[in-house]
Design a protein around this ligand. Structure first.
Ligand code: DLL
Length: 433
């Protein structure tokens, strides 16, 4: 039995839009009354809550950004009184103050509903044993999947990150069927499993991986599925909008369904800030229709994607976005060319001899910036007396260059030489900064 999760995934679209409009009108009035920054910005634009008559009117409203959360830290964007706040989550970001999101009990319930629906979308049920390897604490990964799993009736193993050998021991002994972690940490778990002589197919019951919190490519997904014999599901979310479960991939979607009854998505042109029609690629923006602790209205995620125009074969009416392969913040400009780390990953994983462990290093020189890609060779390749290393190097160079358009220096490393991560991995070192 699936416990206490709602099932609006298949709602009639007109009813869904009517529901979104109603929620939006209520939210804007609430935020206008309680959050000074929002009220001031609306006044500057000459827009009042009563001007929101259709969903398209959302474009009249001001945007919110990560810097607003930093500037207004800790409580400037909190709309609910402290007696209604039950939990904080924070995300550290790269510099300065963290961003801090106070949640009400209702916010937690809405989030739990979306995370449980994500798990249900993957085919997970109350029969499953779910190992939550995302970090617990201020990060939303651990508690987010934990509450979602419990709401669905899964048996949750709240282990958090690290201690990989113990992770594998419990996975085997408890009959874990689903694991939730970053894709990069799963690679680490798979490495250690190999060292311990554990074969996922033979020695465990693992069937599902619930992977997110960092960009990962379709090539990486296929690689993980082949190597571990599991289905690798994509889960997306961000602290500001709740946490994991803002969007999730069904088996047909070739992208992720956004739980639109809770989170209203828009795509904007990041330069002009104008809304873009479905189908066009741009920056993803969210409005949290049901959150009242720290509501976000037109929050700019910096994540780049598009909303699909075609209906999904699964019958869900919640719109689909492309998997998030890039953040505008991650874009490297090298020799005037825009390069995303995910493009490098796609190229590398097309070369059968290299392992999915790599680092991208950009170093200024007197002339042009140098792009170096350090990548580990697969253990079985490294163990051989490699006579065709130069050919493998050429293939790797070409595979990456064909995608990014500039010439990288390829450096092969022995297995296990690059740092591994227990959470989000840092793959780029930009020495120009
Ligand atoms: O990473 C929440 C989360 C936890 C999502 C566990 C999925 C699983 P933040 O630390 O605030 O929250 O980071 C949010 O991570 O804006 C994206 O750039 C990136 N991200 C999250 N999920 C994905 C994904 C959590 N599936 C930021 N694919 C987001 C690509 C992702 N990028």
């Amino acid at each position: 039995m699936n416990h206490s999760i709602s099932t609006p995934d298949y709602m009639n679209v007109d009813d869904l839009r009517a529901m979104q409009l109603k929620k939006l009108q209520k939210l804007v009035a609430y935020e206008y009354e309680r959050v000074e920054l929002f009220r001031r910005r609306c006044d500057e634009k000459g827009v009042k809550p009563s001007d929101i008559v259709t969903l398209a009117d959302i474009s009249k409203l001001p945007f919110m950004k990560k810097t607003d959360l930093r500037d207004e830290y800790p409580y400037g964007l909190t709309a609910a009184p402290m007696k209604e706040i039950v939990r904080f989550h924070c995300s550290s970001g790269t510099t300065g103050k963290p961003i801090c999101i106070p949640n009400t009990m209702n916010d937690i319930k809405v989030w739990q509903d979306a995370t449980a629906r994500s798990l249900a979308m993957y085919g997970i049920t109350d029969e499953d044993v779910l190992q939550v390897t995302y970090g617990y604490g201020l990060f939303t990964g651990g508690l987010g999947l934990h509450y979602g799993g419990e709401a669905l009736g899964c048996a949750v193993l709240p282990i958090g990150g690290g201690n990989t050998e113990k992770q594998l021991m419990l996975m085997r002994d408890l009959g874990v069927t689903a694991i939730a972690c970053t894709p990069s940490y799963f690679l680490r778990i798979a490495d250690v499993a190999r060292q311990m002589g554990i074969d996922f197919r033979r020695d465990t019951k693992l069937k599902h991986g619930i992977f997110g919190a960092e960009p990962w490519t379709e090539e990486m997904r296929r690689k993980i599925e082949e190597e571990a014999g599991i289905i690798a599901h994509d889960i997306y979310g961000l602290t500001e909008i709740s946490g994991p479960g803002v969007a999730a991939a069904c088996e047909h979607s070739n992208g992720l369904h956004v739980f639109e009854d809770h989170y209203y998505p828009e795509i904007i042109d990041p330069e002009t800030l104008e809304p873009l029609p479905d189908g066009e690629k741009g920056e993803l923006v969210f409005t949290t229709l049901d959150r009242f602790g720290t509501p976000m209205i037109r929050y700019r995620t910096r994540d780049l994607t598009r909303i699909h125009t075609e209906k999904c074969k699964c019958g869900r009416t919640m719109r689909v976005i492309d998997r998030i392969s890039a953040r505008s913040d991650d874009m490297l400009i090298i020799h005037g060319v825009n390069v995303f780390p995910s493009q490098v990953e796609t190229g590398l994983l097309r070369v059968p001899e290299v392992a999915p462990h790599y680092q991208i290093i950009v170093t200024p020189t007197d002339t042009l910036d140098l792009l170096e890609i350090k990548v580990e060779l697969k253990p079985e390749i490294f163990a051989e007396d490699v006579t065709n290393l130069e050919q493998i190097r050429k293939n790797t160079f070409n595979a990456v260059k064909n995608i990014i358009g500039i010439s990288p220096k390829i450096t092969f490393l022995p297995p296990q030489s690059l740092p591994r991560s227990e959470g989000k991995i840092k793959r780029v070192i930009d020495n120009r900064k």
